[in-house]
Design a binder for this molecule. Sequence first.
Ligand SMILES: N[C@@H](CCC(=O)N[C@@H](CS)C(=O)NCC(=O)O)C(=O)O
Length: 206
Amino acid sequence: MIELYAWGTPNGRKPMILLEETGLPYTLHQINIGKGDQFTPEFVKINPNSKIPAMIDTEGPGGKPVRVFESGAMLIYLGEKTGKFYSSEPRARIAALEWLMFQMGGVGPMFGQAHHFLRQAPEQIPYAQERYLKEVRRLYGVMNARLGEAAYLAGDYSIADMATYPWVARYEWHKVALEHFPNVERWFKGIGERPAVARAMGVQFS
Ligand SMILES: N[C@@H](CCC(=O)N[C@@H](CS)C(=O)NCC(=O)O)C(=O)O
């Protein structure tokens, strides 16, 4: 059984999408990051970095429990465990890792900073807003070019798409008109029509 600790943010939805896609049973523990649940001693044992998502697989390697934090590590772990959406074929695996790391090091942090300076910062700082919006648009350009040559980021539908989709789902937050990136728009609509994705994105947090 997978014990998943998450909240309804893009990073939190990533493992939910994979779990729904694979059908692996899981229990969702809501960690309300607005109330500071991520700083409790119990949660810090699961993620020493005090961020969601994190998980415990009660049947980890050797049949013993293992904790996994960092959403990218969780997707890789679950992809390897299930043998789904993370190919063992070397070239396909490299592509999945490339686009997963592109999300982890680019899309997530840059979109997140754009959201912060546009929506949460106590003062409006045009320099910071424009810096991150420019990077967001550049990253959309990279994705649009890639999705012009492949159906999905890594070729086939994979953990790289699952990591990226919940961030693109906040396109209005970072002021992107998807019609300006038609390949991303096609990809986004197609993934959104997958029942597993709709289930994961529809989970309510309270
Ligand atoms: N690199 C981490 C980032 C996780 C992350 O930033 N999580 C946010 C929510 S999306 C969080 O827990 N924020 C609470 C906080 O910073 O106190 C991952 O991908 O797992």
